[in-house]
Design a protein around this ligand. Structure first.
Ligand SMILES: Cc1cc2nc3c(=O)[nH]c(=O)nc-3n(C[C@H](O)[C@H](O)[C@H](O)COP(=O)(O)O)c2cc1C
Length: 264
């Protein structure tokens, strides 16, 4: 049995948790399918376990993440569905991810929500900074032990009962306005923002990076990879949201998991 990871993870917190779970399992390590920048056509099989991670955007999956995941087919593979939250609301995202897994032919044996540094974190409004931290990674390893037990359970398993309701809450509208901009004085033209943008919204020109309003999904990948701190949130609305979250979401939230149960 091989365990793979598959993730849409613009700021890498989901990728970190998926890989930690993979490493803690006593199965042969398989491949990493990073669908952050592009969909990957892949059909798994009954001998595969796939650790799937996606962020929560406004209580749902990011539409482009769900769309890219659609190129994967389970074909009887076991799935572990993980959503990442920035210490705020979880909404219906985990239910949405487990539903997609089932529709695409995976058998969901476990599901979880872990916490990652909120994409909108800024110096004046820190939210879940540095997470997943050492305690979260330990939790991911603990979760892996429970998954391991499920892999050895004989007979059919009833799917995990995850939080969320159908029909799901409305997904975030495509923003239509870029959230980030570049301070030309700090920009070194390294191009990392262009390389890491999941939607190809950034083009490095002679005048520095230019952002396509229609493609930006506000994910913060460009902000987090910018080593010269030239790239930052410039849209006032993001600052308002970050301030509100800073005021309301400081209590440390813990990872939660939901396991498939032995059926009758
Ligand atoms: C547009 C947008 C909406 C978000 N909405 C939520 C949310 O509803 N609840 C929450 O807890 N975190 C929310 N977050 C924070 C991310 O889910 C969190 O930072 C996550 O760890 C990012 O995952 P990644 O590092 O794998 O990209 C949002 C982030 C973005 C960019």
């Amino acid at each position: 049995m091989k365990t793979h990871t598959l993730f849409f993870s613009p700021t890498q917190t989901g990728a970190t948790i998926a890989k930690t779970v993979q490493n803690a399992l006593e199965t042969e390590a398989g491949e990493s399918f990073d669908i952050t920048k592009t969909a990957i056509e892949k059909t798994f099989g009954a001998d595969d376990v796939v650790i799937i991670a996606m962020p929560i955007y406004s209580g749902r999956l990011p539409p482009i993440g769900a769309e890219r995941f659609n190129a994967a087919r389970g074909n009887g593979a076991k799935a572990v569905a993980i959503t990442m939250r920035g210490n705020a609301n979880t909404g219906d995202a985990l239910l949405e991810l487990t539903d997609l897994c089932t529709e695409q032919g995976f058998e969901v044996i476990a599901a979880a929500t872990f916490i990652g540094e909120h994409s909108f974190t800024m110096k004046e409004f820190p939210i879940a900074v540095g997470r997943p931290d050492a305690a979260d990674l330990q939790k991911a390893a603990d979760f892996a032990q429970l998954i391991q037990e499920r892999l050895h359970t004989e007979g059919p398993l009833a799917p995990p009962a995850v939080p969320g309701t159908r029909p799901y809450k409305d997904a975030m509208n495509p923003p239509g306005t870029a959230a980030t901009g570049t301070n030309p004085e700090n920009c070194t033209r390294c191009g990392l923002c262009q390389t890491f943008c999941p939607t190809g919204a950034i083009t490095l020109t002679a005048d520095g990076p230019q952002t396509d309003d229609s493609k930006c999904i506000w994910c913060a990948a460009c902000v987090k990879v910018c080593t010269s701190h030239a790239r930052a949130f410039t849209l006032p609305k993001i600052k308002e949201i970050a301030e509100r979250l800073y005021q309301t979401c400081q209590t440390r939230q813990k990872p939660e998991w939901f396991l498939a149960q032995k059926g009758n």
